[in-house]
Design a protein around this ligand. Sequence first.
Ligand code: SAM
Ligand code: SF4
Length: 326
Amino acid sequence: MLIDSFNRAHNYLRISLTDNCNLRCFYCMPEENYEFTPAARLMQPDEIESLAKIFVENGVNKIRLTGGEPLVRKDAADIITRLSRLPVDLTLTTNATRLHDFADVLTKAKVRSVNISLDTLDADKFNIITRRDGFAKVMDNIHLMLSCNIIVKINVVVMKGLNDGEINDFIAWTKDLPLQVRFIEFMPFDGNRWTSNQVFTWKDMLEQIETQYTPLRLHDGVHDTDKKYRIEGHKGSFSVISTMSSPFCSGCNRMRLTADGKMKNCLFSDKETDLLSALRNKQDVLPLILESIHSKAKELGGQFTKDFEKIDADDLHNRSMISIGG
Ligand code: SAM
Ligand code: SF4
């Protein structure tokens, strides 16, 4: 078991397959001069499998593939198939634009659920947020996943003045479709021009929802990052993720591996441990993993507190979200 100095056991690994993406969401990918990592510096399928096995031998039983956009990698199907042979709950976070090519692979790999990012139900606004076309394809692929009996969770980053007026439209969408919509507070990363006044907090979200609905609180798992609710008579449900205004670090069980093979013990940590170089140099990787876990900060990467209004994004040291792997 990978246990940190605050007695938190870590059984959940998020692996970024690439920092490349076919969309350009402005809150995720820096606008200027972003250079994608050259292929030779990315973990190769056998390296991903080897590193994943080490984590699994030490207690990991859930792996999420992410990116960048994990499905733009030409060998994504090979990687999914390799990891599906491990004794883990395998899942992925995707922008859904390429999911139609992966329905069979995901079914064979016994992937039971996918998280799909969609911040608006308006096609024009989708183009503004993602700086690309693709709304219709995403919608089609959400329905495709449901028809394959794969659970679909929709990630919505809520930003003040941009899509905060659409929260109840998303809730209405869950009336007849069994979707789990997750409203996420906007977080600061390198190059995303975050300011605290763009954060629409979970309390703001609930206040808006309560103008039209009466949400019923559901039970949350001990490691869940979201607070779950449902609306009477709806097939789907919703939740809020309050990273900025009410962090949930005390139950954290997550670790991250960037596409270039660096371990991050927290989304907001400024420290990285180079597991890929160690693997390539035939060094023992486990002591590096243990060291990283033991040095994990109590909350928020040790970089800020839950008093998010006081954060100056320029003082934070981190990668951009696209290169961490969300
Ligand atoms: N490309 C895939 C996708 O969009 O689902 C996976 C990678 S993306 C970085 C993972 C998740 O991080 C997405 O749900 C995205 O909305 C979220 N995300 C990116 N930047 C964010 C930010 N600044 N604040 C909150 N969530 C963010
Ligand atoms: Fe690409 Fe996902 Fe980032 Fe959007 S959120 S730019 S889809 S990696």
